[in-house]
Design a protein around this ligand. Structure first.
Ligand code: PRP
Length: 192
């Protein structure tokens, strides 16, 4: 899927495929240096993190294990609530392990704030966060993010794992959704 396949539903491209690729490589280089000689477990948060996990894992030179969690951050409503439910837990016992949580986006920060607390209670050696994008203007709880790709405006973003109603995850870039698609004004604190 690409920009042309979206027609009028795409407002604009925010981060191109090339920019994403370059940034992921750069982040992978930092992770390689930081975790040299260590036994790293990278944890992708489904479903949004699939693209960044796949790209990051292949760009890394340190050997890693990969595991996945699925959490539902929003309960029944569309607004960020901070209510997190584990839909799929890790298969791995992380006690004593170095863990790097990989996310597509930090919006309010509520999901990761809860997730990091949850993972720390399992006594890992370390827990750090890597996120492809972050919305500084939407943040509600402070999050200590070790690796971040891009800070973006508080707009309705899609692509590279990010969805609107489960669609557009398979765009190779990150773009903004035209307001007519979701009936909004472009600025949102709602779920993308
Ligand atoms: C997205 C994203 C994060 C969360 C970030 O997941 O992948 O997990 O929202 O938002 P927050 O910082 O406001 O908590 P979502 O619940 O949309 O599920 P998905 O990954 O399956 O799309």
């Amino acid at each position: 899927m690409d920009a042309a396949d979206m027609g009028r539903d795409l407002e604009r491209v925010l981060i191109t495929e090339d920019e994403l690729r370059t940034k992921i490589k750069e982040i992978a280089g930092k992770i390689d240096a930081d975790y040299a000689g260590r036994d790293l477990l990278i944890v992708g948060v489904l479903k949004g993190a699939v693209m960044v996990m796949a790209d990051l894992a292949r760009a890394l030179r340190v050997p890693v294990e990969m595991d996945w969690m699925a959490v539902s951050s929003y309960g029944a409503g569309t607004k960020t609530s901070g209510v997190v439910r584990v839909l799929k837990d890790l298969d791995t016992d992380i006690a004593g392990r170095d863990v790097l949580v990989v996310e597509d986006i930090i919006d309010s920060g509520l999901t990761l704030s809860w997730l990091v607390r949850n993972l720390r209670s399992r006594n890992p050696a370390s827990v750090e966060i890597c996120a492809a994008v972050r919305k500084p203007d939407a943040i509600k709880v402070p999050i200590d993010v070790k690796y971040v790709g891009f800070d973006i405006p508080n707009e309705f973003v899609i692509g590279y794992g990010l969805d609107y109603a489960e669609r557009y995850r398979n765009l190779p870039f990150i773009g903004t959704l035209a307001p007519h698609v979701y009936g909004g004004d472009g600025k949102t604190t709602e779920k993308r």
